[in-house]
Design a protein around this ligand. Structure first.
Ligand code: ADP
Ligand code: MG
Length: 709
C-alpha cells in the first residue's frame, strides 16, 4: 500500500445556541468566538481549531462542505475516513451528525454525506462499478449492538432498571477482529448492501429507531452509548493509459479495486469521562462508567502529546471496544475529523472547557491514511507509477528526440554490423573463387597464387594438391589475396554497373513508351487539324448568323403587313430562326470543346517535352555509364596485362635462378668430386710415402749390422 503524507486529525468546534431549557434556567453564554478566526474563548482559556461553527463563527451549514465533503471525495480515492462527534450530553452531537430521526435529519452531516455520495456515484457510474454497504452499531457498556439487525429482539430489563445482556439465539455476538494486515473488522454485524439513497436513508432511520427504542427501554442510556454508522464503498474501475508521450491511445491498463470505509461516530456524552477518568476515581466510584470514553481520552492523550509520542508511549487502543474500533481513525489509516460539540451555557462551562481541551489535544494526532487497494491493484498501481516515472524521465531527456537519438544509434550499429557482414561475405566469396581457381588446373592456379618472397620475389609454382584454405588467408601470402580481391572487386563493380545500365535501359524503355502514349500521334498535324476545324466552325457560325439576321430583317418587314398569308410565312420564318439559333449555340459549344481539346493537346505536348528531356538525361547517363564501364574494363585489362607481364618476368627470373642454381650445384658437385679425388690421391701418396720410409728404415738397419760384424 502506498503511504501518503501524514495528516493530522482535523478538529472543528460546533457551538450550539442556548436551548429552551437553558434559557428557562436563566443561563448566560460563557463561550465567545474571536471574530474572523477559528478561535474560542472560555473564561481565561483560548483555543484555536481548524474550524469553528455557530455562535457568531462560520454558519453550521458550511460545516459539511468544509470538513466532511473532502473526506467523501477521499473515499472515492480509496481513503478511509472518520467523523467523530465529541462532547457532553446535550451538546448537540446527535443533532450535528444527524443520527436521530427527528433532529438534524436534513441538516445533519450523515444525510449530507449520503446525498454527496450518491451524487458523485451518479457522475462516475459509467466508468466505475460501485458497491455500497452500510452497518450501524452501538457500543453500550462494552457490548456491541447491531442496530440494523432486522430480527426482533426482546430487551429484558433487569431489576435495577438496566438492560440485560442481549443475546440473539442462533446468532453469535458481534466481535472485533484484526486481520493479519492490521485491519479492524466487526464480525457478525449486519452489512446491508444498498444501491440507492433511499435504501441508505432507510438503514439510518431503522438504526436510529432501534437506538431510540433501546434507550427508552434502558432508561435513556443513549448518552452512554456510542453509535457508529459505517459506509463501505467498493469500487472497481478501469484504468486507461496515462501515456505522457502519446495521449491519443486509449489503452486499457486493467482494473483497479478500491475499498474504503467512512465511520460516522456519534459518541456518548463526555461528561462521565471527565468525572471518572482524569482524576483516577474510576475504581472507587461505584457507578458504571463508560470505558470507551475513558480509553478514548487516554488514546487521545497518548497520541496528542508530542512528548509522549516521541517517547513511544503505549497507546491503549485495546482498553475498550470503542478505541479498538477507532484504532485506524486515531493515529492510523484514516482521514479523521473530530467535531467537538459545545454548549455555550454557563452551567456547562466546566464540561465545555473539558471538551475543548480534549479537542485541542486531538489536533496533534497524526494519521497515516493510505489508499486501500487489493494486492493486484496495488501491484498495478506501482507499475503505473513506474511507467509514469519512466515517461517523465523520457520527457525530461528530450522526449521523442531522445527516441530519435536511440534510433540513430541503432541505425549506426546496424550499419556497422551490415558492413561487417558484407566484408565477411566478400571474404567467403574470395575463398570460393580461390577454391574454384584451384580446381581449374595448374595453369590457372599458377596465375592465381603468386608467392612473393621478400626482395628476391622468387616464384614458386603453387600446384599444391594438399592446399589449405587458411594458408591462403595467412599473412605470408598477401599477394594472392590482393590479386583475388582485385579480380573479385572488378567483377563486382562490373556487375553493379551492368545492373545500373540495365536499370537505365529499363527506365529509358519506360519513358519512351510513355512518350509514345503522349506524343504518339503527329502533334503538328493534329494541331493543324483542330485549327482547321475551328475555322470551319467559325465560318459556319458566321453563315448561320447572317442567315439569322436576314431572316430577322424579313420578319420585321413582313410584320408591317398584317396579311394572314404573310403571317403564316412569318411563323415559318420564326421557327427557322429558332432552329438557326439552336444551330449557332450548338456550334459555339463545339467550338469551345475544340478549344479545350487544343489546350489539352498543349498540355500533353508539354508533358512530352518533359519526358523527352528526361529521356535525354537518361540517355546521357547511359552513355556516361557505358563510358565508365569501358574505362573500367580498360583499366582492368591494363592492370591484368601488367600483372601478367610481371608474372612472366617473375617466371623468367625464377627460371634463370633455377638454372643458376643448377649450374652452381653442378659446379659444386664437380668441385666435390675433384676434392674427393684429390683427397684420395693425397691419401694414396701418404701411404706410399710411409711404405717407402718403412723400407728405408729396414735397409739402413741391415747395413749397420754388417758393419758391426
Ligand atoms: P447530544 O446528542 O450531544 O446529547 P443532541 O444532539 O441530542 O445532543 O442535542 C440536544 C438538544 O439541543 C436537542 O434538543 C437539539 O435539538 C438541540 N440542538 C443541538 N444542537 C443544536 C443546534 N446547532 N441548533 C439548534 N438546536 C440544537
Ligand atoms: Mg445524542
Amino acid at each position: 500500500m502506498e503511504v501518503t503524507e501524514n495528516c493530522s486529525v482535523k478538529v472543528a468546534v460546533h457551538i450550539r445556541p442556548l436551548i429552551a431549557d437553558e434559557r428557562t434556567q436563566g443561563c448566560t453564554e460563557c463561550v465567545t468566538v474571536t471574530k474572523g478566526k477559528p478561535q474560542v474563548q472560555i473564561g481565561t482559556h483560548s483555543f484555536t481549531f481548524d474550524h469553528v461553527y455557530g455562535h457568531g463563527a462560520s454558519p453550521s451549514s458550511s460545516m459539511f462542505e468544509e470538513c466532511v465533503a473532502p473526506l467523501v471525495d477521499g473515499l472515492f480515492q480509496g481513503y478511509n475516513a472518520t467523523v467523530l462527534a465529541y462532547g457532553q450530553t446535550g451538546s448537540g452531537k446527535t443533532y450535528t451528525m444527524g443520527t436521530a430521526i427527528k433532529d438534524g435529519s436534513e441538516t445533519g452531516l450523515i444525510p449530507q454525506v449520503m446525498n454527496a455520495l450518491f451524487k458523485k456515484i451518479e457522475t462516475l457510474k459509467h466508468q466505475t462499478e460501485f458497491q455500497l454497504h452500510v452497518s450501524f452499531i452501538e457500543i453500550l457498556k462494552e457490548e456491541v449492538r447491531d442496530l440494523l439487525d432486522s430480527e426482533p429482539v426482546s430487551k429484558p430489563v433487569t431489576p435495577n432498571g438496566n438492560a440485560a445482556k442481549v443475546t440473539v439465539p442462533g446468532r453469535p455476538p458481534i466481535q472485533i477482529r484484526e486481520s493479519s494486515s492490521g485491519v479492524i473488522t466487526l464480525a457478525g454485524s449486519t452489512e446491508v448492501a444498498v444501491s440507492t439513497l433511499q435504501e441508505m436513508a432507510t438503514c439510518l432511520e431503522q438504526g436510529s429507531i432501534n437506538r431510540a427504542t433501546g434507550s427508552t427501554n434502558m432508561n435513556n442510556q443513549s448518552s452512554r452509548s456510542h453509535a457508529i454508522f459505517t459506509i463501505t464503498l467498493e469500487q472497481m474501475h478501469k484504468i486507461q493509459s496515462v501515456s505522457a508521450v502519446n495521449d491519443t491511445s486509449d489503452e486499457d491498463m486493467g482494473e483497479e479495486y478500491l475499498c474504503a470505509k467512512l465511520h460516522l461516530v456519534d459518541l456518548a456524552g463526555s461528561e462521565r469521562a471527565k468525572r471518572t477518568g482524569s482524576d483516577g476515581l474510576r475504581l472507587k466510584e461505584g457507578i458504571h462508567i463508560n470505558r470507551g470514553l475513558l480509553a478514548l481520552g487516554n488514546v487521545i492523550s497518548a497520541l496528542g502529546d508530542e512528548k509522549k509520542r516521541k517517547e513511544g508511549v503505549h497507546v491503549p487502543y485495546r482498553d475498550s471496544k470503542l478505541t479498538r474500533l477507532l484504532q485506524d481513525s486515531l493515529g492510523g489509516n484514516s482521514k479523521t475529523v473530530m467535531i467537538a460539540c459545545v454548549s455555550p451555557a454557563d452551567i456547562n462551562a466546566e464540561e465545555s472547557l473539558n471538551t475543548l481541551k480534549y479537542a485541542n489535544r486531538a489536533r496533534n494526532i497524526q494519521n497515516k491514511p493510505v489508499v486501500n487497494r487489493d494486492l493486484v491493484s496495488n501491484e498495478m498501481q506501482k507499475m503505473r507509477q513506474q511507467l509514469q516515472y519512466l515517461q517523465a524521465e523520457l520527457c525530461a531527456r528530450g522526449g521523442p528526440t531522445s527516441d530519435i537519438q536511440t534510433l540513430k544509434e541503432r541505425i549506426t550499429w546496424l550499419e556497422a554490423t551490415n558492413e561487417d557482414l558484407r566484408r565477411e561475405l566478400h571474404e567467403y566469396r574470395s575463398l570460393r573463387a580461390v577454391a574454384e581457381c584451384c580446381e581449374t588446373g595448374a595453369q590457372e592456379s599458377r596465375s592465381c597464387f603468386v608467392k612473393i618472397d621478400g626482395h628476391k620475389r622468387a616464384i614458386q609454382s603453387m600446384d599444391l594438391p594438399d592446399y589449405q584454405m587458411d594458408e591462403v588467408l595467412s599473412d605470408d601470402n598477401p599477394g594472392e589475396i590482393d590479386e583475388v580481391d582485385k579480380e573479385l572487386e572488378h567483377a563486382l563493380r562490373r556487375n553493379n554497373m551492368d545492373r545500373e545500365l540495365n536499370e537505365l535501359n529499363k527506365r529509358l524503355e519506360q519513358k519512351e513508351s510513355e512518350m509514345k502514349l503522349v506524343g504518339g500521334t503527329d502533334t503538328e498535324a493534329l494541331k493543324q487539324h483542330f485549327q482547321k476545324k475551328i475555322t470551319e466552325l467559325e465560318e459556319e457560325k458566321r453563315i448561320v448568323q447572317q442567315e439569322r439576321d436576314r431572316l430577322l430583317a424579313a420578319v420585321e418587314n413582313r410584320a408591317a403587313n398584317s396579311d394572314s398569308q404573310i403571317q403564316k410565312a412569318q411563323e415559318i420564318n420564326v421557327q427557322k430562326l429558332k432552329a438557326l439559333e439552336a444551330q449557332i449555340s450548338d456550334l459555339k459549344k463545339k467550338q469551345e470543346n475544340q478549344v479545350e481539346l487544343l489546350k489539352q493537346k498543349q498540355r500533353s505536348d508539354e508533358a512530352a517535352k518533359r519526358l523527352q528531356a528526361e529521356i535525354q538525361y537518361i540517355k546521357a547517363q547511359k552513355v556516361q555509364l557505358q563510358h565508365k564501364i569501358k574505362q573500367e574494363a580498360e583499366q582492368f585489362r591494363q592492370w591484368k596485362a601488367y600483372r601478367e607481364k610481371e608474372l612472366l618476368q617473375l617466371k623468367k627470373e625464377g627460371r634463370r635462378n633455377e638454372y643458376e642454381r643448377h649450374k652452381l650445384e653442378a659446379l659444386n658437385q664437380r668441385q666435390k668430386q675433384v676434392l674427393q679425388r684429390k683427397t684420395e690421391e693425397a691419401a694414396m701418396a701418404t701411404k706410399r710415402l710411409k711404405e717407402l720410409l718403412e723400407a728405408r728404415k729396414y735397409s739402413i738397419r741391415d747395413n749397420s749390422g754388417k758393419f758391426t760384424l
